[in-house]
Design a protein around this ligand. Structure first.
Ligand SMILES: Nc1ncnc2c1ncn2[C@@H]1O[C@H](COP(=O)(O)OP(=O)(O)OP(=O)(O)O)[C@@H](O)[C@H]1O
Ligand SMILES: [Mg+2]
Length: 298
C-alpha cells in the first residue's frame, strides 16, 4: 500500500481519537493502522508504533536533506497472560513496519521451543537458522520464549538463543525478533541471560483486560460478524464479564475467553432459530439472553 509523505490532515475514518492523535498527520494510514486502531486498550503498543512511525517519517526527510541515517533496533519483548493480544499485535507490527519501509516483507513467522531446539549437537543451530531464514524481511515471534532456558546451561536452548542473538545483530535492518511469554517467566529468563535485555529495546507489558475492555472486545466481535444483542442479553454479557474478571485465573484466556464465548453464543442462537425456515433479517441477527452460554470451555 502507498504511503503519502505529503503533509495533510489525517483522514476522519479513524475511530480512535487516541491513535489519531498519536499517528503523525503527515502519514496516510494503511489497513494495518486501521487494524491497530480497532484494538481495544493497548496504549503502550499504540504509543510505540506512533514513535517508530514518526521516527521513520523524520528519517525520510533527513535523508532528503542529506543528513546521516540512524538505524534503530526494533527487537521486542512482549510480556503478558494468554489472550492479551500478543500474537495479534506481533502480526500488526510486521505489517506496519513493512508499510513504513522498515521491513521488506512484514510477514509473521511463529515459532516455539520445539521449532528452534534440536536433539543433538549441531541440530539446534540448523533448526534455528532455518526459521530465521523464513523470517527474514518480517517478524520472528517466539512464543513462550522462556522455555529456551528451561534446561539450564547444558540445554540446547542456549544455543538457540545464541543463534538468534547473532542474527538479530547481523540482520537488524530487515528482521524483527519478538520474544513473548508470561510476565514472571520472561523476567527471570531475561535476567538469567546477561546482555539479553539490552538487545530488546522495546518491552511491552500486555495487561489483563478490564471487564469494560472485555465487553468492548465482545461487542466489536458481534458487530464485525453482523450480530446484535438484545438489551437483556447485553446486561447478561456485562455481568458475566464482571464475574469473570473478579474470579478468573490469570491464565484463563482474557480476550480469547471472550472470543470463545461469542462463538458459543452464535451456535446457541443458531440452535434456537434453526427450525424456522422463514427468518427475518432481524431474527437472524439478534442474540437473546438465553443464547449466552453459562459455561465456556476455554
Ligand atoms: N485489544 C484487543 N481488541 C480486540 N480483540 C483482541 C484484543 N486483544 C486480543 N484480541 C482478540 O483475542 C484473541 C486472542 O488474542 P491473541 O491470540 O493475540 O492473544 P495472545 O496474547 O497471543 O495469547 P497466547 O499467549 O495464548 O498466545 C484474538 O482473537 C484477538 O483478535
Ligand atoms: Mg499468542
Amino acid at each position: 500500500m502507498e504511503i503519502s509523505m505529503k503533509f495533510q490532515p489525517a483522514p476522519v475514518r479513524s475511530k480512535s481519537a487516541e491513535v489519531a492523535q498519536l499517528t503523525p498527520l503527515s502519514f496516510t494510514r494503511t489497513d494495518a493502522f486501521y487494524e491497530l486502531e480497532q484494538l481495544i486498550g493497548l496504549k503502550q503498543v499504540k504509543r510505540t508504533i506512533a514513535e517508530v512511525t514518526a521516527f521513520s517519517l523524520v528519517q525520510k526527510q533527513r535523508n532528503d536533506k542529506g543528513l546521516k541515517p540512524s538505524p534503530i533496533v526494533l527487537h521486542a519483548i512482549f510480556k503478558g497472560n494468554p489472550g492479551t493480544g500478543k500474537t495479534t499485535v506481533a502480526r500488526i507490527f510486521g505489517k506496519i513496519f513493512h508499510d513504513i519501509g522498515m521491513l521488506s516483507r512484514g510477514h509473521l513467522v511463529e515459532a516455539e521451543r520445539a521449532d528452534l531446539v534440536g536433539e543433538y549437537i549441531g541440530h539446534t543451530a540448523l533448526k534455528t537458522k532455518e526459521i530465521l531464514k523464513k523470517s527474514l524481511g518480517g517478524v520472528l515471534f517466539v512464543d513462550e520464549a522462556y522455555t529456551l532456558a528451561k534446561g539450564g546451561e547444558k540445554d540446547f536452548g542456549q544455543e538457540a538463543v545464541a543463534t538468534l542473538v547473532k542474527a538479530m545483530e547481523d540482520q537488524r535492518n530487515n528482521l524483527i525478533v519478538i520474544l513473548a511469554g508470561y510476565c514472571s517467566e520472561m523476567d527471570s529468563f531475561i535476567n538469567s541471560n546477561p546482555g539479553l535485555r539490552s538487545r530488546f529495546p522495546i518491552q511491552i507489558d500486555f495487561d489483563d483486560y478490564t471487564s469494560d475492555q472485555l465487553f468492548q472486545i465482545a461487542m466489536q466481535m458481534y458487530t464485525e460478524r453482523d450480530y446484535e444483542l438484545s438489551s437483556k442479553c447485553r446486561w447478561k454479557l456485562k455481568s458475566k464479564l464482571n464475574g469473570f474478571v473478579k474470579c478468573h485465573h490469570p491464565h484463563s484466556g482474557n480476550a480469547r475467553y471472550v472470543r470463545n464465548l461469542v462463538e458459543k453464543s452464535l451456535r446457541l442462537q443458531a440452535l434456537r432459530i434453526v427450525d424456522n425456515d422463514n427468518l427475518t433479517r432481524r431474527e437472524l441477527m439478534i442474540l437473546e439472553e438465553i443464547d449466552l452460554p453459562d459455561v465456556v470451555i476455554n
